[in-house]
Design a protein around this ligand. Structure first.
Ligand code: PMP
Ligand code: GLN
Length: 382
């Protein structure tokens, strides 16, 4: 048995979703929409299933999708990308993260990670024999602690794994923060794995800036996107990596050894999605902003203090503000069992000692009626 995997718990998303089912709770825990993505994208997938291209596609992705990823990089960020030499399509961002870490890390290399962090990051870094260096963001401001970040970099640093817009904080890193990080990356001659799955889910005029667009960063960044988030189709598990032609062969070889390919029909449908007009992308964030406002205002009306959400699917609420005296795990269990609403404890995103333990993460990527019912249930409980 692999001792690192034996020591890894079942993901909090699976644990809380199972608890939600067991108690008939509305699941505002795991971040998946309860509505489907765009009909034309789904129809494109259905048509692609029937047109006889159901065998192994090219390893790095079907040409249509690689071209669409390159074009989206140009359209949204002004990045010039070679679809044949600088893109790898993966089975979700989850695979992409692992493939990028595998592409650059050797045992003993250090990898800088920012807490709170998504739950697959740390186990994979450790499985590769690399050494994690954690830098902590704390609520309520989630500010980047610049001195600590700088201190986490050293002669053994090979990579930083970085998520913006950020789950679970809803933070969108600013140009100044990115510039600070870019400077460290350049000075320490290392790589950045950029988890940008929420790139199109930003609100109130906040714009996502890929680290890759900063001076000196084009050859150092592996930029990861996910069709699951961009098209509200989380079960499809189609992700894509954009990186320099010098890095791409290693990302491709990692992918070759992980899954080798990703279903061709879904890839072709995602290519249709990425070509959709600006109205689609604006509409996506506009609708999510309304859902965010509905849930945030509702939680506030119940007495919860909530933290600002600039991007992502999630709002975090301070559980002390309604007089709850236990920790976030006890809170999420209590509301699941008693109020029949599920959330995720924010401590699940921390690996270091003494994490902030009084925040719960609620997903707002749900229909308005579901959010209203969840608020009514919480209202009867508080
Ligand atoms: N990174 C972050 C920050 C996430 O929240 C998620 C979950 N949606 C993923 C990666 C995984 O994305 P995918 O479903 O495309 O594997
Ligand atoms: N990314 C989703 C979340 O943060 C969960 C994905 C999963 O269940 N692995 O809720």
């Amino acid at each position: 048995m692999n001792h690192l995997l034996s020591a890894t718990g079942t993901t909090i998303f699976t644990v809380m979703s199972a608890l939600a089912v067991q108690h008939g709770a509305i699941n505002l825990g795991q971040g998946f929409p309860d509505y489907d993505g765009p009909e034309d994208v789904i129809e494109a997938a259905a048509a692609a299933l029937k047109d006889g291209r159901n065998q192994y596609p090219p390893m790095t992705g079907v040409p249509e999708l690689r071209r669409a990823v390159a074009e989206a990089n140009r359209r949204f960020y002004g990045l010039e990308v070679d679809p044949d030499r600088e893109v790898v399509v993966t089975s979700g961002a989850t695979e992409a993260i692992t493939a990028c870490l595998m592409a650059v890390l050797n045992p003993g290399d250090e990898c800088v990670l920012i807490e709170p962090l998504y739950d697959t990051y740390l186990p994979v870094v450790k499985l590769l024999g690399a050494v994690p260096k954690l830098v902590r963001l704390s609520p309520p401001k989630w500010e980047l602690p610049r001195a600590e970040l700088a201190a986490a970099f050293g002669p053994k640093t090979k990579a930083v794994l970085f998520n913006t817009p950020m789950n679970p904080t809803g933070k969108v890193f600013t140009a100044a923060e990115l510039a600070f990080l870019a400077d460290l990356i350049e000075r320490h001659d290392c790589y950045a794995i950029c988890d940008e799955v929420y790139e199109h889910l930003t609100y109130d005029g906040w714009k996502h800036i890929p680290l890759m667009t900063l001076p000196g960063m084009r050859g150092r960044c592996m930029r990861i996107g996910s069709a699951g988030k961009t098209f509200s189709l989380t079960g499809w598990k189609v992700g894509y990596v954009t990186c320099d032609a010098a890095l791409q062969p290693n990302v491709a070889k990692a992918h070759q050894n992980l899954t080798f390919t990703t279903p061709p029909n879904l890839q072709r449908a995602v290519a249709v999605g990425l070509a959709k007009d600006d109205a689609y992308f604006d509409g996506l964030s506009g609708e999510l902003a309304e859902r965010r406002d509905l849930l945030t205002r509702g939680l506030q009306a119940l007495g919860f203090e909530t933290l600002p959400v600039m991007g992502s699917y999630f709002v975090t609420a301070d559980i002390r503000s309604i007089g709850f005296t236990g920790d976030d795990v006890a809170f999420c269990r209590a509301i699941t069992e008693e109020a029949k609403v599920t959330a995720i404890p924010v401590t699940a995103f921390y690996a270091g000692p003494n994490p902030p333990s009084h925040y719960a993460r609620f997903a707002f990527c749900k229909n308005a009626a579901v959010l209203e019912e969840a608020l009514a249930r919480l209202g009867a409980w508080v």
